[in-house]
Ligand binder design. Structure first.
Ligand SMILES: Nc1ncnc2c1ncn2[C@@H]1O[C@H](COP(=O)(O)OP(=O)(O)OP(=O)(O)O)[C@@H](O)[C@H]1O
Length: 288
């Protein structure tokens, strides 16, 4: 199917992805999962669940392979590749305009909202309350909201949420960490710099950033549901409330005179979907 794994599309947290072609004609992306500890039956049950997910903004699973300890997932092929090449300008690529980026962010949010609603399938009375009432301790849902917030921040600002170097002072940290910087900037009533951006585009970027700032609140409880995120993105910029200043670490771990202390971390690892990529790559929580 992959012709000997010769066309590597990329690599994610779960393994490498190769381009393949089904005998019936269409191209596919084959994700080779790193060595699995679960048995084949568990994998097939998980795949059966994922296979029931159908949404225009969620890549469709079209098949799977199990052979010994090897596992592979087969997805429909996305010819345009990863979003990052359309957000950050690189040689040979044309970055998308502000409105298009906004539309894509809305569609991504719609896809995650669908996944969160789909995960709550079950019979009322047997379903755990946190699956039904998403606001009571649904940490896994809110972890996805955080990841989406980081992505949204990157999409609006065209800046990578890069890791802040260790050893910097709290003041240096506040200037270097974009979400904190931009929070101060908007609170002071300043515009978001967009090259040749119209007023409408500046407002769209501001709206995306305010929603992103809500999504990346330190406490999961303070983050909105994906339902609310979609509403906020679709609504007017003027009707949005400014969120509290974001923190990258739980506040009690900040040691003001000696830079940052990393001894307590927050568990953001639980996730219901594969939208965890931004968190794995760009937050230092996993690197401490
Ligand atoms: N369906 C697909 N069609 C085309 N390319 C794909 C497809 N799925 C993945 N890729 C390519 O493979 C890369 C790795 O994808 P993968 O889904 O494994 O990881 P990720 O989403 O980048 O991160 P994570 O594993 O943390 O979710 C992507 O960045 C993309 O370039």
């Amino acid at each position: 199917m992959t012709g000997g794994f010769k066309d590597k599309l990329g690599e994610g947290g779960f393994g490498c992805v190769y381009k393949g072609k089904l005998r019936s004609g269409p191209y596919v992306a084959v994700k080779m999962l790193s060595k699995s500890k679960t048995n084949g039956q568990d994998f097939i049950s998980e795949v059966a669940t994922i296979g029931r997910i159908h949404h225009v903004n969620v890549v469709q699973l079209v098949g799977f392979c199990v052979e010994g300890t090897k596992r592979a997932l087969v997805y429909e092929f996305m010819p345009n590749g990863s979003l990052d090449k359309y957000i950050f300008s690189r040689e040979g690529t044309i970055p998308l305009g502000c409105k298009k980026i906004y539309e894509i962010s809305l569609e991504v949010a719609g896809g995650i909202k669908y996944l969160h609603q789909g995960c709550a399938r079950g019979t009322l009375g047997y379903m755990a309350p946190e699956l039904f009432y998403k606001n009571i301790g649904g940490v896994s849902y809110k972890a996805d909201v955080y990841s989406f917030g980081m992505l949204l921040m990157e999409m609006a600002s065209r800046k990578k949420n890069s890791i802040v170097p260790t050893g910097c002072t709290t003041q240096e940290f506040s200037h270097m960490y974009f979400p904190i910087w931009v929070h101060g900037h908007i609170t002071e009533g300043k515009d978001i710099e967009i090259e040749e951006g119209t007023d409408e585009e500046k407002n769209i970027a501001k709206k995306m950033i305010i929603v992103a700032l809500w999504c990346i609140q330190m406490k999961p409880h303070d983050r909105p549901s994906m339902n609310k995120v979609v509403d906020m993105l679709e609504g007017d910029f003027e009707s949005l409330e400014m969120p509290p200043k974001p923190f990258l670490y739980p506040q009690e771990t900040l040691v003001v005179d000696h830079g940052l202390s990393y001894d307590q971390t927050y568990d953001f690892t639980e996730s219901t979907s594969s939208f965890g990529s931004t968190i794995n790559e760009h937050t230092p929580l996993n690197s401490v």
